[in-house]
Design a protein around this ligand. Sequence first.
Ligand code: GUN
Length: 295
Amino acid sequence: MPAELIDGVAIAKSIRAEVAADVQRLGKRGVHPGLAVVLVGEDPASEVYVRNKGRACEEAGMHSVTIRMPAATTQAELLEQVHRLNDDPAIHGFLVQMPLPKGIDADVVIRAIKPEKDVDGFHPVNVGKNLIGDRDGFVPCTPSGVQEMLGRSGTDTRGKECVIVGRSNIVGKPMMALMVQNGPNANATVTVCHSATRKLKEHTLRADILIVAAGKPRMVTGDMVKEGAVVIDVGINRVADASAKSGYRLVGDVDFESARERASRITPVPGGVGPMTIAMLLKNTVRAAEQSASR
Ligand code: GUN
């Protein structure tokens, strides 16, 4: 029987409704959560992402600011902007959209963001807190969205074999830290596979929970999926499709059609992990506002 779909659109919608209720509750205490996004240059994918973030903020009743800077912005100018946001009391959380134009060192920019406003969870302080299981810090939005999807789809993770394909700082590594913690929707035995992994299929076939964030279209095929596994596809890739009006379509890192024949649950692309990222960003921002009010 084909796998049940884990509907990221529906789960993200209920999280955004919870966020909106929290925003209302905070408003009564005079706290108005504010999120700023800094976009340097004109990367088309980033434009779409930033527009969606702004819209989601407004729908949740949050204060939202988008700061656009030209592609020729210097690192010093961007750092000045980061410092202004660090000091702005109306902004509780902000992020600098990646990728950045050549000549700007993303690591330097990330380290300049105050950890308590780093709602992306990229600052080394937040990375460290995630690793030691300190939930006061901020966890990157995509892996925390994946963990929410596992929880809200009723997936039991305790003691399960969780195999992650991909070791990026944005998804694979923080996902590993989340799934290995001794806590709810975690407590799994975690394996992280990457480009130097030998016999990838031997690992993926052991997975009760298979999380794929490798950035390679349809690299995980049905024969690599254990019967009954829960498959989470983090990939979003454009592939040419002459039958589509745009000339392309979106596919994940998992070959959906063959994988769904073996899995018990699977996320589609689009409509799976993607919508979760923004929902978790809003959730992080509300918590940043709440924390700043209690300091
Ligand atoms: N570019 C793609 N995804 C992200 C994200 O989650 N945060 C930032 N800052 N840039 C991104």
